[in-house]
Design a protein around this ligand. Structure first.
Ligand code: HEC
Ligand code: HEC
Ligand code: HEC
Ligand code: HEC
Ligand code: HEC
Length: 244
């Protein structure tokens, strides 16, 4: 029995180590089914992010482009256009013939109990931030909060950089922030939005509890929670804004 336990323990330590080895290592090009390069497409060939990630401003998920988007430029096996001889592009054309999606490995992922709508972020007006936030960046690899808000305020495809870093410089997609998608990572930016810090201290007293509705209305006016687009903006630090 003891020997059996030792074997079991030995095995789980080994599995644990193996697990660490597999998941602690950065993503390698060969982990993706096709060696697709953002640097080549988005930088050298100047294809806009949202030409491929067309759902970013329209839905919760940005999603990866369907094979039909690749085929639109590269053509099919029967009628290849750009890079007809490329082994990597032919792998894509084979998926098209098989009518199968390309099984890309997902890099940026947060738990399913968190609500993250891309569209709300891509469409948010830059004026939602407090005036002192997002002044500037110091250099290309600046990942300070001030720089991220600065990038976010540029709008358009530049906004992706605020959270995902400079994809145009990447052959292989990597996460640039170690704490990407952690609760504090979300909240430090949300606290730069008008009204969020004031909301944080809301309803902390019994008085606040009983007069909640009136106090909410007064506060909404004072901190411009009433959005120029005519709807009431979400309270960016409330638990139920991000959690179901
Ligand atoms: C808007 C047009 C366009 C779209 C859409 C597009 N590509 Fe490309 N792709 C290009 C161009 C242009 C090149 C560079 C060709 C060259 O260097 O001569 C390229 C190069 C490549 C290469 C490198 C080929 C090699 O062997 O050098 C791969 C792999 C590739 N594309 C895969 C894809 C995949 C997968 C998709 C879909 C997710 C896709 N492409 C979508 C235009 C496009
Ligand atoms: C030609 C199409 C194309 C263009 C243009 C493009 N992407 Fe992508 N993107 C893809 C494909 C295909 C994947 C999945 C494969 C991969 O991860 O490399 C992807 C993956 C990603 C991911 C990682 C998804 C994950 O799994 O976490 C991010 C983030 C991303 N793209 C952002 C951008 C940004 C920002 C730009 C503009 C600078 C951009 N993309 C331009 C096709 C494109
Ligand atoms: C405010 C931060 C933020 C901004 C801005 C942002 N993203 Fe994301 N992105 C995320 C988070 C968080 C996830 C993980 C979502 C999940 O797992 O549910 C993600 C996931 C993705 C993915 C993986 C597929 C998916 O939809 O889950 C792609 C591709 C992507 N983003 C592309 C983009 C592009 C392109 C832009 C700009 C047009 C953009 N993102 C702007 C935070 C951001
Ligand atoms: C770089 C800044 C930034 C980061 C990082 C960020 N957000 Fe946001 N988020 C915003 C802004 C700005 C808005 C305000 C949109 C508006 O009011 O128009 C917003 C709005 C939201 C909303 C409300 C959408 C609605 O229905 O109006 C949710 C939910 C949300 N964010 C979730 C998240 C989660 C979850 C994360 C982390 C995974 C995150 N955000 C990270 C800037 C950010
Ligand atoms: C701006 C979005 C946002 C808001 C607001 C927010 N959370 Fe979270 N929360 C997240 C994200 C993202 C995660 C996932 C982090 C991770 O991957 O561990 C998370 C994780 C959690 C977890 C799980 C922690 C764990 O270790 O598994 C709990 C519990 C939690 N949040 C409670 C709260 C409570 C209580 C509030 C309100 C006071 C709140 N959250 C407000 C985004 C948010």
């Amino acid at each position: 029995m003891r020997q059996f336990m030792n074997v079991l323990i030995g095995q789980s330590v080994l599995c644990g180590l193996l697990f660490l080895c597999i998941f602690a290592s950065p993503v390698m090009a060969e982990d993706q089914p096709i060696a697709f390069s953002h640097k080549l497409h988005a930088d050298q060939n100047q294809i806009p992010c949202q030409y491929c990630h067309l759902y970013a401003r329209r839905s919760f998920s940005s999603g990866v482009p369907p094979v039909s988007v690749c085929v639109g430029c590269h053509g099919t096996n029967a009628n290849p256009v750009i890079k007809p001889e490329s082994k990597e592009v032919n792998t894509m054309r084979d998926y098209w013939d098989k009518k199968e999606p390309i099984p890309w490995v997902k890099i940026h992922d947060i738990p399913d109990f968190v609500r993250f709508p891309h569209k709300a972020h891509i469409n948010a007006p830059s004026s939602r931030f407090i005036d002192s936030a997002g002044q500037s960046c110091s250099g290309e690899n600046d990942r300070s909060l001030d720089c991220k808000v600065h990038l976010f305020k540029q709008g358009g495809d530049e906004r992706c950089t605020a959270c995902h870093g400079d994809l145009k410089a990447m052959d292989v997609v990597q996460k640039v922030d170690k704490d990407f998608g952690m609760m504090g990572w979300c909240l430090e930016c949300h606290l730069q939005v008008k009204g969020a810090a004031e909301r944080k201290s809301a309803m902390s007293t019994m008085g606040g509890w009983f007069r909640a509705k009136e106090e909410d209305e007064e506060r909404a006016k004072k901190i411009q929670l009433e959005d120029p687009r005519g709807f009431h903006s979400a309270n960016l630090t409330d638990c139920f804004t991000c959690h179901y």
